[in-house]
Design a protein around this ligand. Sequence first.
Ligand SMILES: CC(C)(C)c1nc(N2CCN(c3ncccn3)CC2)c2cc(C(N)=O)c(N)nc2n1
Length: 328
Amino acid sequence: MDLAQVKKEIQFLRNELDKYNYEYHVLDQPSVSDYEYDQKMQQLIKLEHEFPELQTPDSPSKRVGGEPLDAFEKVEHAVPMLSLGNAFGEGDLRDFDRRVREGLKIDEVSYVCELKIDGLAVSLRYEDGIFVQGATRGDGQTGEDITQNLKTIRSIPLRIDQKETIEVRGEAFMPQKSFLALNEQKEKSGEEPFANPRNAAAGSLRQLDPKIASKRNLDIFLYAVGQWEAGTLTSHSDRLNYLKQLGFKTNPEWRVCKNIDDVIEYVNEWVEKRANLSYDIDGIVIKVDQLDYQEKLGFTAKSPRWAVAYKFPAEEAITTLYDIELSV
Ligand SMILES: CC(C)(C)c1nc(N2CCN(c3ncccn3)CC2)c2cc(C(N)=O)c(N)nc2n1
């Protein structure tokens, strides 16, 4: 094959592997066997090895990063990653809704309700369609560059079909099954197990060696947009649909609620259904849907006036479940 043909073959393999990866890790609907995936990956690695000048950072062969780092670099968030005010009961939710409607001088406002994933908030930056930087939330202004570790999360696309610079935010987490398996492994090797999936996810993303992070089966749900000059969408729900269209993994349970009564119904529904999820949540996040209303309401010193986190009562049951599993 001449160089032009090799380039085409490499591009073909990359597209195939990215598609298989998306089907498996984002849609949970693989169209090929692991064997076929591995075969194609070996072909790509072989060609990239023979033609190093054709290597690119966004190749699917580059997911499990390079050498361990000595330390993480600091990253200044272009748009601060804020905190969230809390609500602990129906009364707090109605107070929140009243403040919102008074602030907007309207008598009904629609909200987006999202499961509050109990993980670690991270920010992913894409330039010219390439995943170029991933960072922890840190103190909201300054985080740590954990790009190499985030690249190992298979549901994070290394490329998106959008050329403008965009920062997307989400929660990296460890599914409960992966958490229990990891702790069993730690028990066996006499290591201290993690207390819960959130700590396990945080501990995994703080590993300086991406090969360790790569083995931790981390996952992510994206839920917000940070810097995006070109953004023209008018509602948060449109943004969630757009993130999904770009190939990001968004949580399938979010819902637009036309008023606070529907929000309260959604919250009560998930108090029950929470136990059936394959990942931990610690509440529901409620956001005013219209972006112009968000703009009008603005922020307090540290959190938006247009969003609140409804916190579930700390659950004894789940920890008991983990204790039972561990004691078995
Ligand atoms: C974009 C806004 C600010 C409205 C926002 N902020 C969030 N968080 C802020 C506080 N965060 C935080 N983290 C550590 C310390 C203090 N605050 C952790 C993320 C959200 C977290 C989740 C989730 N967990 O599933 C979610 N579906 N939507 C969010 N939306």
